[in-house]
Design a protein around this ligand. Structure first.
Ligand SMILES: [Fe+2]
Length: 272
């Protein structure tokens, strides 16, 4: 049967690539170390597959049709389409349609109704963490795109439920397979709105603290605070999916630092 290899989370943001040179040296060093440490933990988990939980930043979807959740079932994944991601070394990223279809079937059987795609591009949301973690071997990636950028979005409680479903699907997979989860996005940031550039360190630190508390406290806090903490903060939904999959236990913080040069409160964590 399949087994759960662990859950991991990292922030992403275009400026981590585009404005990397303007990040102060000390913060550059911390960010580099945090990504590398997360990469070490992912490698130590020996996952054959990572379910990558991220929003789609308009690489695949548009306002014509933006699914709440989409699972990538293709034979392969395409690399990031953003021109400024051209340095990313993989144009094709291995996939795992067997696990993806199993997850899709399990979802539909349990009253969850995701969209599916045989052809997905993995944008910077997934590829910046994959790149910066410097994994010696790229695991297969099953994309799970969760709308965490364009309202209305899946509820916070539903994201936790998605995580629990994901865990069940992993453990009921009929075959020997180690599966980890890589959640990306958050913590606080604001893109293309009046507060663009704002980082809410108090929100980020309280969110991190509450991941070690009860699901109810965490969801209550996020539900109250997210509307005023920058639109990018909504991506913490992906962390909730990982949290649900990991059994709601607290995570171990690898590092957190607000980085004004990239306008993101950058958090890195792995679940115990
Ligand atoms: Fe994002």
């Amino acid at each position: 049967m399949g087994s759960f290899a662990g859950a991991f989370a990292a922030s992403h943001g275009p400026l981590l690539v585009r404005e990397w040179e303007s990040v102060p040296a000390e913060q550059k060093q911390r960010l580099t170390r945090a990504f590398q440490e997360l990469g070490k933990r992912v490698s130590a988990a020996r996952a054959d597959v990572l379910v990558a939980v991220s929003p789609d930043h308009w690489a695949n979807f548009s306002l014509d049709n933006y699914p709440a959740v989409c699972i990538g079932v293709g034979e392969t994944n395409e690399g990031p389409p953003e021109p400024w991601m051209k340095g990313y070394p993989h144009r094709q990223i291995p996939a795992h349609p067997g696990l993806a279809f199993h997850l899709l079937n399990q979802s539909l059987g349990e009253g969850f109704e995701p969209s599916m795609s045989h052809r997905l591009k993995l944008d910077h949301g997934t590829c910046i963490p994959l790149w910066r973690m410097e994994l010696p071997k790229m695991p297969a990636i099953v994309p799970m795109l969760v709308n965490s950028i364009e309202p209305p979005m899946p509820s916070l409680a539903r994201c936790l439920e998605w995580g629990k479903l994901l865990r069940k699907a992993i453990e009921s997979f009929p075959g020997s397979l180690r599966v980890g989860i890589l959640a990306t996005g958050g913590l606080s940031h604001s893109i293309g709105e009046k507060t663009m550039g704002a980082i809410h360190e108090d929100f980020d630190r309280e969110t991190i603290r509450l991941f070690g508390s009860s699901e109810q406290d965490l969801i209550r806090y996020l539900g109250r605070e997210l509307p005023s903490r920058g639109n990018g903060s909504e991506e913490v939904r992906n962390w909730l999916v990982a949290h649900g999959a990991a059994g709601g236990r607290g995570f171990e913080l690898v590092d957190y630092l607000p980085v004004p040069a990239v306008i993101v409160g950058c958090g890195f964590a792995s679940w115990r």
